[in-house]
Design a protein around this ligand. Sequence first.
Ligand code: GTP
Length: 325
Amino acid sequence: MVTKGILLVGGKGTRLAPLTNSTPKPMLRVAGKPVTEHQIVKARNSGIKELVLATSYLAEVFEPYFGDGSRFGISITYAVEEVPLGTGGAIANAASKLNLSDDDSVIIFNGDVLSGHNLSDQIAFHEKTCSDVTLYLTQVQDSRAYGCVPINQEGRVQSFLEKMDNPIADTINAGCYIFRNRALKQIPNGQIVSVERDTFPKLLSDGFDLFGFLDNDYWIDMGTPHSFIKASKDLILKPELSAATSGVANGCLIGSNAKIHPSAHVGEGSTIEDGVLIHEGCTISGSMISASANVGAGSEIRDSYIASGQVIPPGSKLIDEIIGE
Ligand code: GTP
């Protein structure tokens, strides 16, 4: 049984700047809740009872929100890196807070991935194969932007390939791993280590058993502005993707004090936060309008993010834009 996990939430999120200047990427809200909250609820619903949040950048914002986890029916503790240790270093540091026996396994989540993949099936696959590491993989049409992880018929990992122009596989690392403690112990403590570039290739060449669990359900890495806005829209339009999503009505999330003119059309997975004013004749689709923003009459906003308190002049047309912060 896998009941312990680590959430990697300490990265700087540079590709999402300026949204991440004051809010760490995992605390950005998608479908009205921090990304981390969607992940915590998913982990809990798959039998995880104890989670360590591996924090570094803006570490202080997590504990006031998640506390000891009791609100979510799970135990949450925090491992803070004074200097970011990279994904592998963060895992080793957080694992030292878990009381692990040799045969224990730990599930590790990248803090910026949302997926519909079946975590219980990934855990069952890990147990069936008795592998040292089980990586969740997904297939993408164009794998050039990703590191590829080819597997054989039984699921055994063959290699870890860097990004390349003509990839030889379409199965990519989807950012959720199960590590047996004996594999975890191979990551040096207190050093900067990348789990993707250093740990996985080294474990493979050292003869550890690594398996890929392939699941092609919904998957998104919300590391860029476009994918962040899309993730929120997708979760609102498919609330079954996350048990943490609540309050969706007519394909949107509308804050209690938002005022939307009756002639305005708001749809397609949009979030309209508290205190927002949407004036007459506006069309808002697939967009996130943050608290107290004011959208002038006749504006069209599609697949965009408007930061808190922004004033959008009447007649604006915004498509795929980030405004403010
Ligand atoms: P970019 O700067 O835009 O690449 O984003 P990022 O800093 O989040 O890096 P990346 O997307 O590669 O990180 C994948 C996951 O690991 C994210 O959830 C990060 O929060 C987390 N992460 C990355 N580096 C560190 C680190 O040094 N320490 C900790 N604790 N987490 C990290």
